[in-house]
Design a protein around this ligand. Structure first.
Ligand code: ZN
Length: 371
């Protein structure tokens, strides 16, 4: 089974929104693999992106240095949270040749045109907007809100929904030579190229945060299917909800980020991870320090049960209780109902079934430390 999850733009170390998305997909991978399905997992690093360059400019630091530093922070956080590393972690800056080849192919086949940049022609792809269930008006509103609308004109876009595949770089941004002029990729083409190169023209599951459905995934789908003629590009799309703090979506612009590193100073990694996955993946939820503290007390009790069991068990191997595991597996089989799976874990704790607790924790928290 193939899984592609949109990764981070490395310019600000990871917050709980990222950690939620990647922890949910880790539960999915571990659950599938525990049931004999091998998952090939790709998660990219978007090291060519406007917010990264803006931050580098603001902090008077080379964009590569910033990207390297923040990528290290991201990997450190994900290791601490017990995530299985992806099979491939491609970086956009290493994929330029393939991105240019895809851009040329779209240009040759009439799906893209060149004015002040090379734009994808949304009119050539019927069904643009269907993934996000948005009307044209709603798509335009979201683009305007995100400052991605641009302008229409002979030296610009033909249609406001069109988006750049290749564009000129600003003086302090990286630029690569190409037959379309020196420049750099637009935002969406990278994920089409990396997903299809590492996982094939059609992938089983494509994941990411719900804020990516439009315009990123909508555009990725249009580009990929236009490149290969194969539909669907992704058999299943899985989008995680937004994590809020003090009533608002965590975002850099609002400045209400709770960073993974802050939580790890106050709770064991297993508690942070278990707290994250005790929320349903599709829903938005509010980060709450008190709730994290309650999960920490649960993790303490789980740790104590496992320690007592290790001391008492000597050579006996007791299999996990069947009813508990049936309920746990039924929960995760039902659209990855992790809150219900965490309730099964609590039941295993009440019944002092250490083998069941171990089996469930393997999937829910991976290799995150209990202490
Ligand atoms: Zn992506």
């Amino acid at each position: 089974m193939t899984l592609y999850v949109c990764g981070v733009t490395p310019y600000d170390s990871g917050h709980m929104g990222h950690a939620f998305t990647f922890s949910i997909f880790d539960v999915l991978i571990r659950f599938l693999e525990a049931n004999g399905v091998r998952v090939k997992y790709v998660q990219n690093i978007t090291d060519i992106d406007d917010p990264l360059f803006e931050r580098a400019r603001r902090d008077c630091i080379d964009w590569r240095e910033l990207a390297d530093r923040e990528t290290k922070v991201h990997i450190r956080d994900m290791m601490a949270l017990g995530l299985r590393p992806p099979d491939v972690v491609p970086r956009v800056s290493d994929e330029i040749t393939r991105i240019l080849a895809a851009t040329s192919k779209l240009h040759r086949s009439g799906h893209a045109y060149r004015t002040d940049a090379v734009y994808f022609d949304v009119d050539t792809y019927p069904g643009y907007g269907r993934l996000s269930h948005r009307s044209r008006r709603s798509m335009l509103l979201k683009l305007r809100h995100e400052d991605l609308l641009g302008t229409v004109g002979p030296d610009a876009k033909q249609d406001l929904l069109d988006f750049p595949l290749w564009r000129a770089s600003r003086p302090d941004e990286p630029a690569w030579p190409s037959k379309f002029g020196e420049g750099r990729p637009g935002w969406h083409i990278e994920c089409s190229v990396m997903a299809m190169h590492y996982l094939g023209p059609q992938i089983d599951i494509h994941g990411g945060g719900r804020d990516l459905v439009f315009s990123h995934h909508e555009s990725e789908r249009a580009q990929s299917e236009s490149l290969t003629g194969k539909k669907p590009f992704a058999r299943t799309w899985m989008h995680t909800g937004m994590v809020k703090y003090e009533g608002h979506k965590m975002s850099k612009s609002r400045g209400n980020l709770v960073k993974v590193s802050q939580t790890l100073q106050r709770a064991p990694a297993a508690a942070v991870r278990l707290y994250l996955v005790s929320h349903r993946y599709r829903r938005d939820w509010d980060f709450d320090w008190m709730a994290l503290a309650r999960t920490t007390r649960l993790v303490d009790r789980l740790d104590k049960l496992l320690a007592d069991d290790t001391r008492a068990r000597r050579d006996r191997r007791v299999p996990p209780g069947r009813a508990l595991m049936v309920e746990f597996n039924a929960a995760l089989s039902d659209d990855l109902d992790t809150p219900r799976a965490v309730r099964a874990l609590r039941a295993a704790l009440r019944q002092r079934d250490a083998a069941a607790v171990r089996a469930m924790l393997d999937i829910l928290i991976g290799t995150a430390s209990l202490t």
